[in-house]
Design a protein around this ligand. Structure first.
Ligand code: AR6
Length: 254
């Protein structure tokens, strides 16, 4: 099967599963339609054949986007402007929501949507099982770990950042908890390289200058307290402004 044949198979399967008409997606490229359909689909099992074809298709998409990895032997925090789903590290961190089953908004450009789309539907299924067992929405500032399925990284650590409310709801403390608990969970799982996004500074509107200060301070403190635990800690930043704000904070500690 070539990539278009794989996408056509997956789209037809999903359209039937969701009782939707192909005409709704008229004129779109195949991957955009596929992405929207998996984004809106609730967690539930699929056929073995679907999974095989999905995995082949996503491996090919991930190869096309280009897999990126970094060497770092001086135990310093590094920064990279780009898409976290391209990164080959032990674990990438997802800025999730408290339902913790990925973003359901079709084709949405948040990190949660990107991670779930390129990992594959196994990730939503796994998160659903974890959340069902937990029985309550995920509290802000905690962290959970899953495999990364089709992503180049091995694991995804999922954390829910605080929604900015002018600083009235302990947002600063909760954001620090996101970084601390993600680092702790990574360390406890023997993870040596970890990449963070700028948690809470997108949809959740946390001011990026304050967020970067808290993020870099918390992680740097963790590294000082646990000096031999990580080979690489990285921030993956999506736009030039956010990158320069984190750069300023990292410059202050070295
Ligand atoms: N790689 C790296 N960074 C990214 C990527 C990517 N592929 N995509 C976006 N960013 P956001 P939040 C950046 O809104 O503020 C979701 O809908 C983005 O530019 O993804 O914590 C969840 O389900 C920004 O700098 O996360 C929640 O409902 C940063 O990642 C809600 O958004 C965080 O932006 C969480 O909001």
């Amino acid at each position: 099967m070539n990539q278009n044949e794989r996408l056509n198979y997956l789209i037809n399967y999903l359209l039937e599963d969701l009782h939707l008409d192909k005409d709704l997606f008229f004129g779109e490229d195949l991957f955009t339609t596929y992405r929207k359909l998996v984004n809106i689909r609730e967690a539930k099992p699929v056929s073995k054949k679907f999974l095989e074809i999905q995995d082949e298709m996503l491996q090919e998409e991930n190869r096309k986007k280009g897999i990126v990895s970094f060497e770092n032997d001086n135990n310093k925090i590094i920064l990279w402007k780009g898409d976290i789903t391209r990164l080959k590290v032990d674990a990438i961190v997802n800025a999730a929501n408290n339902q913790m089953e990925g973003c359901f908004v079709p084709g949405h450009h948040c990190i949660d949507n990107a991670i779930h789309t390129y990992a594959g539907i196994q990730l939503r299924e796994k998160c659903h099982q974890i959340m069902k067992q937990q029985g309550i929405l995920e509290p802000t500032g905690k962290a959970k770990i899953t495999l990364a399925y089709n992503l180049p990284s091995c694991y995804v650590i999922h954390t829910v950042g605080p929604i900015w409310n002018g600083g009235r709801d302990r947002e600063e403390e909760l954001l620090a908890n996101c970084y601390f608990n993600s680092m702790k969970l990574a360390m406890d799982n023997g993870i040596r390289s970890i990449a963070f996004p700028s948690i809470s500074t997108g949809i959740y509107s946390f001011p990026v200058e304050l967020a970067a200060k808290i993020a870099v301070h918390t992680v740097n403190r963790f590294l000082q307290d646990n000096p031999d635990c990580f080979d690489l800690v990285e921030w993956v930043l999506f736009d030039t402004h956010t990158e320069s704000v984190y750069e300023d904070e990292v410059d202050k500690i070295y």
